[in-house]
Design a binder for this molecule. Sequence first.
Ligand code: NDP
Length: 250
Amino acid sequence: MTDLTGKTALVTGASRGIGRSIAERLAADGALVAVHYGTNEAAANDTVATIQKSGGNAFAVRAELGVDDDVDTLFAGLEEGLDGRPLDILVNNAAIIDYDGTIDKITRAAYDRQFAINVRAPLFITQRALPLMRDGGRIINVSSGVTWFATPEIAYGMTKGALNVFSRSLAQSLGARGITVNTVSPGITETDMNGWLNDPQAAQHVAGMIALGRHGQPADVGDAVAFFASEDARWITGQTLEVNGGLLLG
Ligand code: NDP
């Protein structure tokens, strides 16, 4: 457990899956957490309630990402919840995947939507967050192993490649303020995004590709993000951590 007492955090896409685990872990470590979501208000409220029941502090912020006023909407809710406090930790986690997006089928609209949510939103959320952030803050971007192994969903992988480039450049730009920027790259993790893991044959097949012999759980990723958010990670910036149980090691 790391100590984030007195810190504040924004986690995008924190109503479900990996983002929810990140929010729960940062709150357990003592941070006040803004639980961002797009449409699933019940899930966001459930995340906040779970955090509060465990003695943590959190509030929900609704903003659909990938649309014109996404950043304005998000920061209106965020700043209201922060009530004058600065922001210490930003986790750009929300993303979508188009499972029909193979090279023969992908449409311009699906390509644009994935880039708007997975790349444009993190960049402009970060731009807007920086004036609110204290020096010495933390930015953690959630990418994917699909940046180094090939998958059919071509534009999704391209968005995550762009995010990796964004992280590295941002780390260089923000070093003077002592703000670290790192990337966590999950492998195959049991969330709503991976509904195909409900097929026992597919599930067994992919578990066989993982050295530790199981699929990832959201908390496996949340704990890695908490490390980058902590004081222990003060001398690490511009790096990518593969959090995947040893996926495709050989
Ligand atoms: P989920 O689909 O389970 O959850 C997605 C979250 O993002 C939800 O909170 C959702 O909000 C929010 N979200 C999605 N689209 C929008 C939008 N347009 N506007 C606002 N919020 C939005 O995803 P995961 O937890 O599986 O994935 C989290 C991150 O991890 C993503 O960046 C993903 O690419 C990455 N990743 C996941 C892997 C996996 O195996 N699961 C593997 C590698 C990377 P709402 O509840 O309101 O819909």
